[in-house]
Design a protein around this ligand. Sequence first.
Ligand SMILES: NCCCC(=O)N[C@@H](Cc1c[nH]cn1)C(=O)O
Ligand SMILES: [Zn+2]
Ligand SMILES: [Zn+2]
Length: 484
Amino acid sequence: MFSSSSPLPAPLEKVFQYIDLHQDEFVQMLKEWVAIESDSVQPVPHFRQELFRMMAVAADMLQRLGAHVASVDMGSQQLPDGQSLPIPPVILAELGNDPTKATVCFYGHLDVQPADRADGWLTDPYMLTEVDGKLYGRGATDNKGPVLAWIHAVSAFRALERDLPVNIKFIIEGMEEAGSVALEELMEKEKDRFFSGVDYIVISDNLWISQRKPAITYGTRGNSYFTVEVKCRDQDFHSGTFGGILHEPMADLVALLGSLVDSSGHILVPGIYDEVAPLTEEEINTYKAIDLDLEEYRNSSQVAKFLFNTKEEILMHLWRYPSLSIHGIEGAFDEPGAKTVIPGRVIGKFSIRLVPHMNVSVVEKQVTQHLEDVFSKRNSSNEMVVSMALGLHPWIANINNTQYIAAKRAIRTVFGTDPDMIRDGSTIPIAKMFQEIVHKSVVMIPLGAVDDGEHSQNEKINRWNYIEGTKVFAAFFFEMAQLH
Ligand SMILES: NCCCC(=O)N[C@@H](Cc1c[nH]cn1)C(=O)O
Ligand SMILES: [Zn+2]
Ligand SMILES: [Zn+2]
């Protein structure tokens, strides 16, 4: 182990120097990748072509690095409107197969969320622009920057003709933002082939909880996403002609949605908290140890007041308790102006973030039962249909596993500080898939700062995070080799 006070071992010193010297090239490569409009969310041919181009560029880069690369055909995606679109290939690549070394597999994605300058971007989202050390562009932090950082870490060893301390595998997809379409099937197919020799898995697809202090992530919440449809008929009504004599679908729906959660954020679905892991004193201490300035967090979020007042309560309600969010209503009148319509059919959308040890199918039954009970008390003549559109499990890892120790040491070497050990309130479904299908332990090593704005306007990664993050990955290879 190399502490920040002891000198770096010579090979790592050289690798770090190489990374510093080549940082402008690394930024240029990120610029080229950001310029590819690899939006997987909008199902239109232009973006699909861009996605295919993105995956080809990445496969080519890995090949030039000496990796053995397979671009796996993923078939096509059937859309609800009957359209069919090709799914970009998944890259499975490997570099080195020395049986005496650990094999570390890195997962990342190269598709991005939609971005349009008119949405409030200050620069062209597909033109990486540096302002005060901040590299603005769609995908800069989610997830092109971190994928490139991993590749640069490998390329530094290659360029210096140094033996890589570990065998490396890559799984890189192009449909993460659209729900990782067809990825689970591929993992099932490859579990005894590509993944058979893998010892450890690394994901770098989330953020620190601070602007300056690095972190390691050991858990994410799951999600069960519901739709509740209330229908009188397929057509809308005139409220002058029908108002007063109908059970209005929107009134039913508002009552249904209003029955889900109270004003303090407590979920009102009976039984929903039954399986939530009990809180221990030891666990509370882990939240106390997190370096979070609540005032700064609240101010930078532009929120007047959160539901909770202490750092510990905030972290627990983001990470270890479920939450229910209401997302929208399809079919409702939502334009400016005063249209006197009664919508004939509306669909409410809400989701519950799940935590250990909640079970997706139990939650589905509890929510359905609750909505049926509330609806039946209204004696409405409308039809109600509840469906769970998505059921994603929560993920939690053992922080004593080898790669957590290696990641901590690598971070200490580069940043001279211990990382925050954090969980993430959102969902990275692939982590649970790795655990359940491939039976491998996962560590998340985020590179981006809390204010990177993933999915938002003006997404960025700091040059510092990108370059020092590349060094963290290089140091991680060294530490893994020592610990394995
Ligand atoms: N910081 C990583 C964020 C990854 C992310 O945004 N994941 C989505 C996945 C999802 C869950 N339900 C539907 N999609 C998220 O919203 O958590
Ligand atoms: Zn991502
Ligand atoms: Zn994303």
